[in-house]
Ligand binder design. Structure first.
Ligand code: ADP
Ligand code: MG
Length: 701
């Protein structure tokens, strides 16, 4: 059996060398097995027919049955198209063909009944089906053994080589027919029995060719479960091992630094959520186990202060602290916040970024190594090999998604005992992702904003309302407030984007001429110190409008800025929009966010704009985001090394299966922590194999 499935795909009936090459390149299918595990994304119930008067362009692929009552050629000589009129008595619909016009015309018979399979869409302001599959109704009836036809994803290149969904369907059907033995079970037998799963074998066959909807559901459920369960079992096992093995520094004392700060320097009362989180972190850092915690809190929830208090506890225990920010602007800002907040406490702080001068750098290195420097704040520059600590005890990573796993682990290696790690993110992570991608981290949540914050009003304007926008900006500036204007910046088209930003700046200058209005510009193509200077000018209210690309996305704090204008907002992701919006509403004043888009944007983009207008809650936003992005597109939030290619499970929709899989995995591990029982050997084996493929994705360290 193994031998059979491991054969090169080119030897499979109906494939051959040429198609094999396409399958290799386009889908990564090399063996019979690969093809067997290439699952359909959907099934069509081919026993069900729609009637023509029910059709509309929102419906997916479907079937109708009808007689051809007319065939015409339209278009011009160079772009002819074939239009076929078909009726089923309830209405008439046009089938349109752009390719193979002559051939199809000759093949089709007027007056004959056909089964038409395709997707209704609007073309020339009319409802059509473009390039449907057609089959004589009589033939269709004869061939119908299972009514559920699987649909497989194919690429343009595949279609051009006659490897459409239907072709794949035939090849897979052939493969299944020639399979003589059963596929090995992948889950422990006791699990399959106890939870009434289909066997692995039945699930795989039925996911291609289900005998009924119920079996299809069961097959999908079983395979999704399996996928998610294996993730859970490795994450939870790794976590168990870490809990047993990891030695953490014990932060036994809370001493003068922390106490003096609380007594003399703390500028405001901590929010309830901040207190709760500080307490929890402090307990963990005293437990003897290494803290590896993801701190989530919406923009403006005061994460920095939590990090700062933990840092002081580290100092009280004679350990050093390092704080890593994703951008230089943000590192600078943290440095000045810390300097201000820690004023008078006699703490040595350092700032290390890409633009730190060589001389300063050298003396920083020395002071770190001697232990004299207590808190180092910086960017990626912190990771360089020549940055060495005397006794690093606590690491803070701000806005974690900008750093890769490998980069971070370089930081830990800087000390003998892994320091406590606090990863802070303002992008809330939906629960299912928390349990999978970030499954090994402890999670703490600040679910409360400091008092006095007002809801940021969010509006969606199309370009037609630009004059109104300018009017609103003018009013805001007259009140003495400042305004951000952000343009998208996407790397592939950097040149274009810069031009676009330039045009934007020019149009703003025309409407807001100096010296009455002061406009600043910050973008990625500027030198670092120019950027810093511009930011500083804005912070100190030496400008009214800051026009920038997304360099200001993370963390920047200018309480007097009360208006955020996002240009071409349709080009931003939802969490990015939310982040950007979080730059305003930081003072006591009412703030506004205006999303500018062109008139016609896609439906998904529209939903993003609506979500922004409807809610200020980052957690709600993150759930909607996951939903809109759908499966297979979550890699963006995933860290490198995580299996980004869940085949079937969809983290947005299968949250319940994730939870179920986690419960069951956890139960198994409680009873058999190291998977040593015979009945669980199969799991131990699986994890072993998986390890070979994927490098260490269960932990962030
Ligand atoms: P974020 O969680 O987005 O990093 P910050 O830590 O930058 O948020 O805090 C946002 C603003 O809220 C800062 O100006 C900070 O000084 C202020 N802040 C933080 N905690 C409190 C609090 N407990 N009460 C009042 N203001 C606070
Ligand atoms: Mg922050």
């Amino acid at each position: 059996m193994h031998y059979f499935l491991d054969q090169d795909i080119k030897f499979l009936t109906g494939v051959g060398p040429k198609r094999a090459e396409i399958l290799n390149k386009e889908l990564g299918i090399f063996t019979f097995r690969d093809l067997l595990y290439y699952f359909p994304y959907r099934h069509i119930d081919r026993s069900k027919f729609y009637s023509i008067n029910e059709l509309n362009a929102d419906l997916p692929y479907l079937q109708i049955k009808g007689k051809i009552i007319g065939i015409e050629t339209a278009g011009d000589k160079r772009h002819p198209r074939l239009v076929v009129f078909i009726t089923d008595g309830t209405g008439i619909i046009e089938l349109v063909f752009f390719k193979g016009v002559k051939y199809i015309r000759e093949m089709l018979k007027r007056g004959m009944e056909y089964v038409v399979f395709g997707k209704p869409s609007i073309f020339n302001n009319k409802l059509n089906i473009i390039h449907p599959e057609l089959e004589e109704a009589a033939t269709h009836q004869k061939k119908l053994n299972t009514p559920f036809q699987p649909l497989y994803n194919t690429t343009e290149k595949m279609k051009n080589n006659f490897l459409n969904s239907k072709a794949i369907y035939k090849i897979v059907a052939g493969l299944v027919q020639s399979m003589k033995t059963t596929l090995q079970e992948t889950l422990p037998e006791h699990l399959v029995k106890e939870y009434h799963f289909l066997s692995h074998h039945d699930a795989v066959l039925n996911i291609h060719f289900p005998s009924s909807i119920e079996t299809l559901n069961k097959a999908q459920y079983r395979l999704k479960f399996e996928e998610l369960f294996f993730i859970q079992i490795s994450i939870l096992r790794q976590r168990k091992i870490r809990h047993v093995k990891s030695v953490g520094l014990v932060f036994a004392r809370v001493g003068d630094y922390t106490n003096n700060f609380a007594k003399n320097n703390l500028p405001f009362e901590l929010t309830g959520a901040q207190k709760r989180v500080v307490k929890k972190l402090r307990e963990n850092m005293r437990s003897g186990r290494q803290l590896n915690c993801l701190l989530q809190g919406d923009v403006g929830s005061g994460k920095t202060l939590v990090a700062l208090i933990c840092a002081l506890i580290a100092l009280d225990n004679n350990l050093q602290v390092c704080i890593m920010a994703p951008t230089e602007i943000l590192a600078n800002q943290h440095f000045s916040t810390f300097t201000k907040m820690l004023n008078g406490l006699d703490i040595r702080l350092g700032l290390l970024t890409g633009s730190t001068k060589k001389k300063v750098r050298t003396s920083l290195h020395e002071a770190l190594l001697s232990g004299e420097l207590q808190i180092l704040i910086g960017t990626h520059a912190l990771i360089e090999d020549n940055v060495q600590f005397k006794n690093l005890g606590f690491v803070v990573i701000d806005e974690q998604h900008k750093f890769g796993v490998a980069q971070r682990s370089k930081l830990w290696k800087k000390s003998e005992i892994t320091p406590h790690v606090l990863v802070m993110t303002a992008t809330p992570i939906p629960r299912t992702l928390q349990m999978t991608v970030y499954g090994d981290l402890d999670v703490a949540v600040i679910n409360e904003l400091p008092p006095g914050r007002q809801k940021i009003e969010t509006k969606h304007y199309t370009d037609a309302l630009r004059m109104r926008l300018f009017g609103e900006i003018r009013k805001e500036i007259e009140k003495g407030r400042q305004v951000y204007v952000v343009y998208p910046m996407i790397e592939e088209s950097e040149k274009l984007d810069i031009k676009y930003l330039r045009d934007g700046v020019e149009s703003f200058i025309r409407s807001f001429p100096p010296p009455q209005y002061r406009i600043l510009e910050v973008h990625g193509k500027m030198k670092q110190d120019e950027k810093n200077e511009a930011m500083l000018d804005f912070v100190n209210h030496r400008a009214d409008i800051l026009i920038s690309t997304t360099v200001i996305e993370v963390g920047v704090d200018v309480p007097n800025a009360t208006m955020m204008v996002i240009e071409s907002a349709e080009r931003f992701g939802l969490s990015q929009l939310h982040q950007l919006r979080g730059r305003v509403g930081r003072g006591g004043e009412k703030s506004v966010c205006i999303l500018m888009t062109k008139e016609d944007i896609g439906t998904v983009a529209k939903k993003r704009m609506k979500a922004m207008c409807d809610t200020n809650d980052g957690f709600v936003i993150s759930e909607i985001d996951l939903e809109l992005r759908g499966p297979g597109n979550i890699e963006g939030t995933m860290q490198s090394g995580v299996p980004g290619d869940l085949k079937l499970a969809n983290l947005a929709r299968d949250g319940q299966i994730v939870q179920y899989a986690r419960q069951i995995a956890s139960k198994i591990l409680d009873e058999d922590p190291f998977l040593e029982k015979a009945e669980n050997t199969i799991l131990a084996q699986h994890i072993q194999n998986q390890k070979k493929e994927v490098v260490d994705w269960g932990t962030i360290s």
